[in-house]
Design a protein around this ligand. Structure first.
Ligand code: ZN
Length: 379
């Protein structure tokens, strides 16, 4: 239950293209046994910044939504955060007013929300699901402020990849200096894709999502200036937890090299913290280019064939791991009839467990809001 397949040799920085990476051959696709062409797989840096951007959309800050994630040496995401009020502080009661423009002193800044708000990098680091973030890389949508810089350095993070520079204010002008003095590498994020649109709407004929056509030139999703800058963002201007988690699953699916079906999943604990992300792929150590991604003939007992029976295995694993609810976007489609496939015996395993009341795994279909049929991320 973790980032599937973030093999060391494929983490950001290792972008040496192979032949298969550079050629988007028309023949490539389902059925020929080849992995999905790299043009249809989200590159690691875009995936990590995508997670940060998606996470930012959870923020209720009326002025600035910031997201961050921490990636370890193995390419796994071990911490995620966005800017928000401390736990147990009511978002509705808190003062969300931005610091005054004409008073950039520490006192002036702290008089407003800055005195209370916990920034994305800080939240990610303190809520990490790993013992340490030592030697890790932080992806952040906004250049870290002075306070976050100190936390980042003390936590042992060695590299910061940021999407937007921060206006130079007295309050955080030291962060760049601090990073330089402590040899933390700074890197301005360079996107490989323009953006991505993640479809939350499952239409009348449910399909496996997301399709490979999900790469679009994104339009900034700015829904206009919030009505009051001293109040928390209204619900239509940030993602609900459900939307955020499904968005993460959809985004993670974009990493899959399966030519037929890209599937993503995320596991969330009772405190709404993400404790696992994964997508369908070959086991670590298996060469994607040399693997047969085609259909496995009946009776084949090879590794590939055994992997093909993964569905019921997933369900057993879900039950055994004590997961209490499974939220799904869409049922697979029966290719011949064009209608949703009937629930398979393996799915009934989950369903019956949910309904007999003895065990507590519930099966629930995700419901989208009209105003959030899709999540747009602009890289
Ligand atoms: Zn900060």
């Amino acid at each position: 239950m973790d980032d599937s397949n973030p093999k060391r040799r494929k983490i950001p920085g290792d972008s040496a293209p192979t032949t298969a990476d550079t050629v988007d051959a028309p023949s490539a696709g389902p059925g020929n046994g080849k992995p999905r062409p790299s043009s249809e797989v989200l590159p690691w840096p875009d995936y990590y910044m995508g997670v940060a951007l998606l996470t930012a959309q959870r923020s209720k800050d009326p002025a600035t939504q910031v997201g961050a994630c921490v990636v370890n040496d193995d390419g796994r995401i071990i911490a995620i955060g966005y800017n928000g009020m401390p736990c147990d502080i009511s978002d509705e009661v808190a003062n969300w007013a931005s610091p005054p423009e004409d008073d950039t002193t520490v006192a002036g800044q702290e008089a407003a929300k800055e005195g209370m708000i916990c920034h994305a990098a800080l939240n990610a680091i303190v809520q990490k699901r790993s013992v340490s973030v030592n030697h890790c890389t932080l992806y952040t949508t906004l250049f870290p402020c002075n306070e976050c810089a100190k936390t980042i350095i003390q936590a042992g993070i060695k590299k910061v990849v940021y999407r937007e520079a921060r206006p130079e204010k007295e309050y955080h002008k030291y962060s760049r200096e601090l990073f330089e003095d402590t040899k933390v590498t700074l890197e301005k994020y360079v996107p490989h894709r323009a953006g991505i649109s993640l479809a939350l709407k499952h239409d009348q004929s449910p399909r496996l999502v997301p399709s490979s056509t999900n790469f679009v030139v994104a339009i900034a999703p700015d829904s206009g200036a919030p009505s009051a800058l001293n109040r928390a963002r209204p619900i239509d201007q940030y993602l609900s937890y459900d939307e955020y988690f499904m968005g993460l699953a959809l985004l993670t699916a974009q990493r899959s090299k399966d030519p037929k079906t890209q599937v993503g999943a995320c596991v969330v604990d009772r405190n709404n913290r993400i404790i696992g992300l994964g997508y369908n792929g070959m086991p670590i150590g298996i060469d994607d280019e040399k693997t047969n991604w085609g259909k496995t003939p009946y009776g084949d007992e090879s590794v590939g064939a055994r992997l093909a029976s993964k569905h019921s295995r997933c369900q057993k694993l879900i039950l055994q791991s004590g997961i209490t609810e499974v939220v799904y976007l869409a049922m697979p489609v029966d290719k011949k009839k064009g209608t949703p496939e009937p629930i398979k015996p393996s799915c009934l395993l989950l369903k019956s467990v949910g309904e007999d009341g003895k065990l507590t795994t519930r099966l629930r279909q995700f419901e989208y809001r009209d105003e959030k049929e899709q999540i747009v991320l602009t890289f």
